[in-house]
Design a protein around this ligand. Structure first.
Ligand SMILES: [Zn+2]
Length: 218
């Protein structure tokens, strides 16, 4: 097991949890969902003192992906060439529309994103010395993915599931039934003891949400 360290950097006016995850033993890790404020994220990476191996995206919303290319450039300028990986290609239309969305919300510094590699259900990615399974969990967005490490008993769920909440589905492309199905068929089977980190608000466990999340009551 790696000596796993994690820290979150709240980014954009949406206070999205950009997650830094690294192995303190090797001082290598990944950045999940750098939605904006790339220089703030870059400073947090420097403070944590690890080498970034990849930028991983759960879905295409501006507050999760709008800082990915700016961060990739900052890292490249510092001599670290890293790929942007994910989400599922069904979120391409969102990644292509980030600057338009940012203009609507009046947020500066966000950019459209072209990932170096798309992900799909069944893929695996390496991050912080762990192998993460890629789970396609549509509903909040069509191409949303979740990263799950069965070994570390941890999942990075983006905007699928929150403590006492679930992702919004009131977008034209949102699908409430698909979201609930994603949670029940992909996340619940991970196990009650699995901790998850989400895009907004505090972390929780699969078991706590399975038992008491009001949106998931039987
Ligand atoms: Zn979202």
């Amino acid at each position: 097991m790696p000596d796993l360290k994690a820290t979150t950097v709240p980014v954009t006016p949406f206070q999205q949890n950009c997650l830094l995850l690294w192995d303190a033993e090797t001082a290598r890790g990944s950045v999940f969902d750098p939605g904006g404020d790339a220089e703030k994220i870059f400073a947090a990476i420097r403070k944590a003192g690890f080498a970034v191996e990849s930028i991983l995206l759960t879905h295409g919303h501006l507050d999760h992906a709008g800082g990915a290319e700016p961060l990739q450039r900052l890292l490249a300028d510092a001599g670290q060439k890293v790929e942007i990986v994910g989400p599922d290609i069904r979120d391409q239309f969102l990644l292509d529309g980030i600057t338009n969305q940012a203009a609507k919300y009046g947020i500066r510094g966000l950019e459209n994103c072209t990932p170096d590699r798309w992900l799909a259900e069944g893929d695996t990615v390496q991050a912080a010395g762990l192998t993460f399974d890629v789970l396609h969990c549509p509903g909040h967005t069509p191409g949303h993915v979740v990263f799950s490490s069965p070994t570390a008993r941890v999942a990075i769920v983006g905007d699928v599931l929150f403590r006492a909440g679930v992702g919004r589905t009131d977008f034209p492309y949102g699908d409430t039934a698909a979201l609930i199905r994603s949670i029940r068929t992909k996340l619940f089977p991970l196990g009650d003891d699995v901790s998850f980190m989400c895009g907004h608000g505090p972390s929780s466990t699969i078991g706590a949400e399975r038992r008491s999340n009001p949106f998931l009551a039987d």
